[in-house]
Design a protein around this ligand. Structure first.
Ligand SMILES: *[C@@H]1O[C@H](CO)[C@@H](O)[C@H](O)[C@H]1NC(C)=O
Ligand SMILES: *[C@@H]1O[C@H](CO)[C@@H](O)[C@H](O)[C@H]1NC(C)=O
Length: 402
């Protein structure tokens, strides 16, 4: 058909060829129209809102100047740890983390010990994202005063886990949630000295495996919550947040620093003092999408950027462009399968050091992902920096800040 349209039919007169070509042109137009109408009527998986960043991402100069300081590290446990998302450590120097297959691990120097499976241990865990709600997916974790792990499982709820026996206790189920709204995507977690657990529910709509939809949709369905293990009381501190993700308590526990991933913003929420209960923006229009935030031994905050907004292969700066146009976002998610978005993201590693006022003090870059990219956590421990991620099959460790 297409061939005839271009070259005419060998046995037809000029007039016939003209008519024939026109007929074929019409059928192609009709086919295109049918396709367009078809696509129009496919329901979009997302229901986006317009979002416009304050401006283009900040220029790579001053403390953001391009460097390669994030390349001087090692990849540990290649093929053994997939997507170590967040970390914590005990007094004996053991480091704890959770992976995409729903497993919790203890790391001591070069040895890896399995602690437990958050959900059910089935063969599909770690290979098929549709099984994440079955297998579980540990994100934020901390050790309490009794040496027990407190773990936010993205799908299942808040748990207490004995790091030696692996025994699990469900503290708060995602089904029950808070204020009658189930948890959809538990993510960041921080523990205060009195045992109160602060944690984020990134979205009541999209679970972890649909995080790309959550970011593209740019909804504000996330919450910051607290849980008192003494009374079992759970409370919403902030709602209507844009994919709240990592949180970090200040050393005096007078405020919490909070990342809102989908709009590139970090805020401060006051727990004490004259501004108690208030939230203020510390930094907006960040050079990428912030994930976890950790306090450093210098009293600064270290932020892993999940994806950068400059220098993109396609998706990151593209999201800036299409932000104001929900119709384009809807069309894009109709046409592009969810699993393809990871391939469109730039392999660029970036971490930021922020002052408690949100000023960018320093940045470490890995422009071609030679050590890592898509960074979810920057955990300083024992002279090293453990770098989290959600999908890569290794644990990158930075040897010094440099
Ligand atoms: C526990 O500590 C947190 C953070 O310092 C504080 O906000 C909370 O009110 C404390 N809870 C109790 C019961 O004292
Ligand atoms: C990244 O760049 C460094 C130095 O510029 C080079 O040695 C390395 O092979 C590159 N890595 C990748 C994965 O391209």
């Amino acid at each position: 058909m297409l061939f005839w349209w271009w070259h005419g039919h060998p046995d037809l007169s000029t007039q016939q060829v003209f008519y024939h070509n026109r007929m074929n042109l019409w059928s192609i137009l009709v086919a295109f129209l049918a396709l367009a109408v078809g696509i129009y009527f496919i329901p979009s998986p997302i229901d986006p809102e317009p979002f416009v960043f304050e401006g283009p991402p900040p220029a790579l100069e001053g403390p953001l100047a391009l460097n390669r300081r994030l390349q001087r590290g090692r990849r540990l446990f290649l093929g053994q740890l997939k997507g170590p998302e967040s970390f914590t450590a005990d007094q004996e120097g053991n480091v704890y983390t959770g992976t995409v297959d729903g497993k919790l691990w203890r790391i001591h120097r070069d040895t890896l010990a399995f602690i437990t499976q958050m959900g059910q241990n089935v063969p599909e865990c770690g290979t098929n994202v549709d099984y994440e709600p079955v297998c579980g997916r540990p994100h934020g974790l901390r050790l309490d005063q009794d040496g027990q792990l407190i773990v936010a499982d993205s799908y299942l709820g808040l748990f207490k886990v004995d790091p030696m026996s692996g025994e699990k206790t469900l503290l708060l189920s995602s089904k029950d949630g808070c204020d009658g709204i189930p948890f959809g995507f538990l993510n960041g977690l921080e523990l205060s000295r009195n045992g109160t657990v602060f944690f984020t529910d990134s979205s009541t709509k999209w679970g972890r495996r649909h995080v790309r939809y959550e970011v593209i949709e740019t909804n504000h369905l996330g919450r910051l919550l607290s849980y008192d293990p003494e009374t079992g009381h759970v409370q919403t501190l902030l709602h209507s947040l844009f994919m709240p993700n990592g949180i970090a308590l200040s050393p005096e526990e007078d405020f919490i620093i909070l990342a809102e991933t989908s709009i590139g913003r970090v805020s401060r929420y006051w727990l004490k003092g004259p501004e108690v209960g208030k939230k203020e923006t510390l930094i907006n229009n960040m050079p990428g999408y912030p994930d976890n935030i950790r306090l450093s031994d210098r009293g600064t905050f270290l932020v892993g950027l999940n994806t950068i907004r400059f220098h993109g292969r396609l998706l990151a700066p593209f999201l800036d462009l299409i932000g104001p146009f929900p119709a384009i976002k809807r069309l894009m998610t109709k046409l592009i399968p969810l699993s393809w978005y990871n391939l469109l993201l730039p392999m660029y590693g970036l971490i930021l050091e922020l002052s408690p006022e949100g000023e960018i003090l320093d940045s470490l870059h890995d422009p071609n992902g030679s050590l890592t990219w898509t960074i979810s956590d920057v955990f300083q421990h024992g002279g090293l920096y453990y770098l989290g991620n959600t999908d890569l099959p290794f644990l990158p460790v930075l040897e010094d800040w440099g």
